[in-house]
Design a protein around this ligand. Sequence first.
Ligand code: HSE
Length: 402
Amino acid sequence: MINVAVLGYGTIGSGAVEVIETNQAVLQKRTRHAVNVKYVLDLREFPGTSVEKKVIHDFAIIENDRDVQVVIETMGGLEPAFTFAKKALKAGKAYVTSNKELVAKHGAELIALAKENNTNFLFEASVGGGIPIIRPINECLTGDIILEISGILNGTTNYILSKMTYDGWTFEQALKDAQDKGYAERNPEADVEGHDPCRKIAILASLAVGQQVDFEDIYTEGITKITAEDIRYADALGCKIKLLGTYKMVDGEHFAMVAPKLVPNTRPLSGVSDAFNSISVVGNMLGESMFYGAGAGKLPTASAVIGDVVQAINSMNQNTGIIWNPEKLVLSSTDNFAQKVFIRMKDSVDKAKVAAAFGDVEEVKASGVEGEYAFVTGILKEKELKEKTKEFEEILGYIRLA
Ligand code: HSE
């Protein structure tokens, strides 16, 4: 029998226990062991549940119990998760986590610690919920140089944008519903301001390059400025607004960014709605490969956690060798990122001044939006975008085209 301990019995932790209980027979077949939840560490009690008698409040019990081989951490946040991860790995236990803050900040260090202790630090659930993306990058796309990773990496914001687009909901109404459905972070600012997808693209970029990409270095914009008018303009342009996390390698330089983008309806990412995520990976030999699935929520995320538990059991006393060196990768400035940009200004703006600043632009009209001058620029560098938009006090907003 393999004993596991679950740290944090919230949405994902209780989901992980549910997957173990529901799929016990298949887990036993795949690992050749019965998988038993021995402890649940939480500040709370859970009377009347299947884990009622397993709840403990002291991590030392888990650390010192030689019969616990795998620790599952679904608490989120840096501490005490980081301390628990180090202690568990030093005690030779495999550590499986859904905690993207922990992975983005300390992934390289914890992978190295797992290696030193001949065990594993696994984190499939930290990016893309139930979508397999970490293992494909680490174990399948290994014949390629990865040139680009781009995707919808946050279920909450995709849910909000989808509800605003298809059902005419307000931002607040959709966020509340995403929280009720268990998609949103405890502090939903992490979702709507883009911090969550920023950590996720940092993790994916680190794995693609095999070096530390600091999430603090990634230019990040969320969706809080997106309005019902923007949604109407997107429709007029034949696009959907999506919050995209992007990593690109161009001529040996590395770029990363998180921002809302106008994605043409002809591209598969535009059709990814609700809490679904989708990630496109471009390799120098592969071309493009797309990954799609449930990006948030209790059971999809728990499914990824338990997939890692199976790998941990099948790789007991044998490190799987994930390559993520602590040496920091210096990202190039986004100033040289270039794309077309959709810009909205008050109708009172001097059109000749717009033409002088942005050159030939294509005017866009949206039904039901009055009193504005909206247009799409030619290809514009980020640096120019910043400088030129500052010249206009009539500016109402802008969104980059994907
Ligand atoms: N809050 C996250 C999201 C959960 O909405 O995608 C999954 O990481």
